[in-house]
Design a protein around this ligand. Structure first.
Ligand SMILES: [Ca+2]
Length: 216
């Protein structure tokens, strides 16, 4: 009897523990509620005005997206894509999202490099939140062999970011630097993640961006 009761309690506990996990996935059924964690794929932001540059070719707009989005690439990169070709001074990539409340959050960037190991610093790779330049000491990004072999490091901003109720932006800015053999370079970006303990964070991903590459 005691064992049965114990098993029952364990099962009930497991059920209870499982329920919040479903709510945390941000499914359309619950209005995209995500319990405060929002992953925004770089390939799904508005890239219309982005003018990028690469090693052997320059790319703009959705053509800056690398990856096929198939099973092989999904094992390497979130959603099977990332944004490269960031080697242009003044390039800005903006992630726009909404918060239901004013609060603080943790910002994580998934960054890679095909320019050898990179040491990112705010003077060369800027991170703006709602227009305000963020400070960080440095991020060390691993240098992959090439774009196909791109690996991404989780770079967490050391200080919390401030969110307002309503529209918020995170903008990644390439300043003049020497990352590409003395010329301006930058990291490749898989996604960014904003995590808050209490906000409901939402955005509208442009999931048709990759399929638009052939149209330009
Ligand atoms: Ca991605």
């Amino acid at each position: 009897m005691k064992i049965k009761k114990l098993l029952g309690l364990i099962l009930a506990g497991a059920t209870l523990a499982t329920l919040p996990a479903f709510a945390a996935c941000g499914t359309p059924e619950d209005g995209g509620k995500n319990n405060g964690t929002l992953r925004m794929e770089a390939e799904y932001i508005n890239l219309d005005d982005a003018q990028g540059a690469g090693i052997s070719s320059n790319q703009a707009g959705v053509a800056m997206i690398h990856g096929d989005g198939d099973a092989t690439d999904k094992e390497k990169w979130s959603e099977g894509y990332y944004v490269g070709y960031t080697y242009a001074t003044g390039l800005e990539l903006t992630f726009e999202f909404n918060s239901d409340i004013a609060t603080t959050a943790t910002l994580t960037l998934l960054l890679g490099s095909e320019l050898g190991d990179l040491t990112l610093v705010p003077e060369k790779f800027g991170i703006r939140v709602n227009g305000e330049e963020q400070t960080y000491t440095s991020f060390s990004v691993y240098g992959s062999a090439d774009m196909e072999a791109a690996e991404f490091d989780k770079c967490v901003l050391p200080s919390p970011i401030n969110l307002v109720a309503g529209k918020n932006t995170v903008t990644l800015v390439i300043y003049e630097n020497d990352y590409k053999s003395g010329a301006t370079g930058g990291p490749m970006i898989d996604y960014i993640e904003v995590k808050s303990a209490n906000a409901n964070l939402t955005w509208t991903p442009k999931t048709d961006n990759p399929s638009k590459r052939g149209e330009i």
